[in-house]
Design a binder for this molecule. Sequence first.
Ligand code: KG4
Ligand code: ZN
Length: 330
Amino acid sequence: MGNFMLGIETSCDDTSIALVDRRGNVEAIETVSQYAIHSEFGGVYPELASRAHLEAILPIIESVMAKAKVTPLELAGIGVTRGPGLMGSLLVGLSTAQALGMAWSVPVYGVNHLRGHICSVDLEVKRLDYPAIVLLISGGHTLLAHMTNKETYELMGTTRDDSVGECYDKVARTLGLGMPGGPAIDRLAATGEPKIKFPRPMIKSGYEFSFSGLKSSVSRHVETHKDWDVNDVAASFVEACVDVLSSKVLNAISDKKPKTLAVVGGVAASPQMRARMKGICDETGVTLCLPPIKWSTDNAGMIAMAAWDYIDKGIVTDLEPSPNLRLDQA
Ligand code: KG4
Ligand code: ZN
């Protein structure tokens, strides 16, 4: 078997290709973001996304293979995101992977993007240990899961409306900041004071989340206060998000007594989020597993890493795009 897994990620608005070895070392990775294409629409425009993936994907694969000086003969396989995500975007990655798999005679593994995010914590250094609580906070998802071992993904709760990343992006738009919203809000929040009392939606309601009320509350504040300060609004908003997420994580830790807490997805790049989760872990004696910041957001490294896992567990999936794939489906 070859030494490298080629990862392909095209589920949303990033075309990402990576070569990862079995221990999680990233030999080469390139990610092309489509922010510039979608920014004028205030969200991802699906048809433009698939077109941009189609233009970008083959040159990036060529460049990543050349950079790492890896030939097709050295590949153990190709891991490609099969869902969840946008149908047209997934199709570009899946059909490219199948064509290359056939041409190069290497197996192709259809990977669940959510499981990919969880595997991001094992890139470069193996971190995850079981039982684990997973907090997945991204643009597409917000969920808490319990893993008693590496095969079991028990969903504890998810969001009833917006994801936390979506909320960051919508609030960023309200505040007149560009895309992606998360990093811009974090930067402003760092010098603001969290003195506005925004709501903490569903903070006491089990493991379910809701973020649309918080987003509306920020819009109302900005509309009704002429002298609003962007740094204070950002800091107060971030504090509300972090309060809700950390309260549920604390409950999950006391409920399930895990060894590790994995915090993954784009919002796990937030320094405020990282600091609060570290505080919780220091307090409770749980080991915190975070992906390197650069691999918190969507990337093909985590997809290649997950594909190694699929080989180890003998998981075979089909290569149909699956836009609504759940965490408990491979
Ligand atoms: O994981 P990801 O790249 O894509 C999905 O799977 O959805 O997450 C993207 C989300 C966006 O909403 C973006 O605003 C947010 O992650 N994000 C951040 C930061 N960097 C990206 N949110 C907070 N702080 C950050 N530094
Ligand atoms: Zn993602």
